[in-house]
Write a protein that binds this ligand. Structure first.
Ligand code: GLN
Length: 308
């Protein structure tokens, strides 16, 4: 099996490498400064075996791939019902940074758009802002199986320029979705987006989800099984924003993308996949990341609706 997977990974990397379409995120100088050609693919099985090709050890910020993990921590801290009272689980069909709530429920439509993600951050338990961030960092680290670090330069830039996210935070406060200081929730969100990961880390984080919440290498539990199911459900319908329908049709795995250039996908019970390539399409999803996942899904028959 291993030689076959290695060969397919190399082939997919080769096939997608020459696609230089898309634009690196440039809303802050730190993201615009990355090497646009970086490209790595990692696949980790649910029992912890790692396959990788290309730039899988290059650090980049997790950005929106943080959203399912903070949502998961909010679910663990507050319970399914309390979180559901604040954040819906319907796909929005809107861009990730849309300033909107569902007009009927007056809740963010889902935890994968910024409004929902900032609400998840506001629900994280902790004695102080530092403690809440440390709980988030430690939680992501359990999925990754190593201690993840914080990128201060990206955080500072994000905090300096993040007025749209602040607007979302204040909107959430005015509807009592956020019950405390909206600036604190937005700041925590900026911090979680600024955690550095590699494609290899993301594949292990995805493999932990695929392994029902237990890191296959460290054997540490990162999330309860019932919550894994909820988080993967939301990733399936909402993880790729307004590109979610195409993604489910063509790749067929719960997934999450980030403007740092990462994509993480989970095949429950089987494996986690991650791709890093920083050029993005108009939805903010990695161009080569989407293409590579599509190729891997078809060559390894990973679509969750595929019948053999
Ligand atoms: N920090 C970014 C933002 O909130 C993350 C967005 C993303 O990765 N889609 O704008």
């Amino acid at each position: 099996m291993s030689n076959v997977v290695d060969a397919i990974l190399c082939r997919v990397h080769e096939l997608c490498r020459d696609d230089t379409t898309g634009q690196v995120a440039d809303y802050i100088p730190e993201l615009a400064a990355v090497t646009p050609d970086g490209f790595g693919i990692a696949l980790t099985t649910a029992d912890g075996y790692v396959y990788e090709v290309g730039d899988t050890r290059l650090p980049f910020t997790i950005q929106s791939i943080s959203k399912p993990f903070t949502y998961a921590l909010a679910l663990a801290d507050r319970g399914l019902d309390a979180v559901a009272n604040k954040i819906d689980i319907e796909p929005s069909g809107e861009p990730f940074n849309e300033i909107s709530l569902d007009p009927i429920t007056e809740r963010p439509r889902n935890p994968m758009i910024n409004a929902g993600a900032i609400t998840s951050a506001s629900l994280i338990a902790g004695r102080s802002p530092q403690d809440r961030f440390e709980r988030i960092r430690a939680s992501y680290s359990r999925y990754a199986g190593r201690s993840l670090t914080f990128n201060d330069a990206v955080y500072r830039s994000e905090a300096r320029t993040g007025n749209r996210n602040r607007a979302i935070g204040y909107m959430l406060r005015s509807f009592d979705i956020i019950e405390h200081d909206p600036d604190a929730a937005v700041d925590l969100y900026f911090r979680q987006c600024s955690i550095d990961v590699t494609a290899a880390d993301l594949a292990m984080m995805a493999a932990t989800m695929a392994n029902n919440g237990v890191n296959p290498r460290t054997r540490e539990r990162a999330l309860a099984p019932a919550l894994v199911e909820r988080v993967l459900s939301v990733m399936t319908t909402c993880g790729m924003y307004d590109g979610a329908g195409d993604w489910v049709a063509q790749v067929g795995m719960p997934a999450k993308s980030g403007v740092g250039g990462g994509i993480l996908a989970v095949l429950p019970g089987q494996m986690g996949i991650a791709v890093y390539s920083p050029r993005l399409d108009s939805h903010g999803n990695s161009v080569r990341g989407v293409a590579a996942c599509r190729e891997l899904s078809s060559r390894l028959e990973l679509h969750f609706l595929h019948v053999t």
